[in-house]
Design a protein around this ligand. Sequence first.
Ligand SMILES: Nc1ncnc2c1ncn2[C@@H]1O[C@H](COP(=O)(O)OP(=O)(O)OP(=O)(O)O)[C@@H](O)[C@H]1O
Ligand SMILES: [Mg+2]
Length: 311
Amino acid sequence: MAEVVLDAKGLTKTYGDMNAVDNLDLQVFKGEVYSMLGPNGAGKTTTVEILEGLRNPTSGTAKVFGFDVQKDYDKVRSRVGVLPQTFEPWDRIRPPEAIEYWAGLFGRKISKKEIRGLLEMVDLAHKDNVWGERLSGGEKRRLGIAMALVGEPELIFLDEPTTGLDPQARRGLWEIIHALGDAGKTVFLTTHYLEEAENLADRVSIMNKGKTVVSGSPEELVNLYGGGTHVVLKSAGEEGFVALEKLGYKSTFHNRDVTVHVPALMRTKDFMAQINQSGVAYKDFETRRPSLEDVFFNMVGGRMEEGVLKQ
Ligand SMILES: Nc1ncnc2c1ncn2[C@@H]1O[C@H](COP(=O)(O)OP(=O)(O)OP(=O)(O)O)[C@@H](O)[C@H]1O
Ligand SMILES: [Mg+2]
């Protein structure tokens, strides 16, 4: 059995009459990249900060490495690294100095070689002479990860490490997170990018309004809740859309293409035979496997655009 690193039971955090986190259970195992996925306000940061010992839950328990985070956080602090959602480096301090200063705050001595190693890990060695304020958004987050790695923590919390970054900078961070996973670290990652969770996480929990909607590996979730294969009928137009509705299929219409959810138990071949028989006109077709985006849509009832839930 894999070792349980994080264990939360019935975690609840109430602000006024709203439950920001609502009776949440979760377990994270040693060496896995676990992603909590959810729109703005889902309760991700509240959960992470409770698990980091920074906020107290209203009720429920959270254990890290077997220690209660409310009572015994001193016992786990040195084994945990944190990149807060709002991380910004200091303006007038260079990356190596920031790391050294950070280590000093925790009473740790850190050698020049270790600092160099951390900067290389996050691909910032060539920026060692640049003020914090002059780093790009992606470089700032990478410095934040290097700081979170001071002291070789076993468990690393990354709260939305790629939000607001351009796709290239985001990919750069994915590589770092992959490398942390490969190095056997346990990573707890929050995000509202579905493809990020799908790409990085061994297990995902989809969170909405303080509750876990579903959790499991991306493959499991796609198989169970992805809603079967999608067939895109190119240029089938509105007439095609109406015809498919009449045949009882759930479909969407975009740019004259009609996308149809083929039920999980139906073979695509049989579906196409039926479409051809019923005379629906289309130019071409392609099939698409469902993704976490479909799971999200089916289970939460909306789409996420830059963290905003559109229902
Ligand atoms: N200190 C606080 N006082 C009152 N309400 C709070 C406080 N912190 C968070 N909340 C509320 O709790 C809910 C969850 O917030 P949280 O920051 O955990 O969400 P999140 O999932 O991290 O969102 P985002 O993706 O925007 O970071 C929100 O409705 C938020 O307004
Ligand atoms: Mg947050």
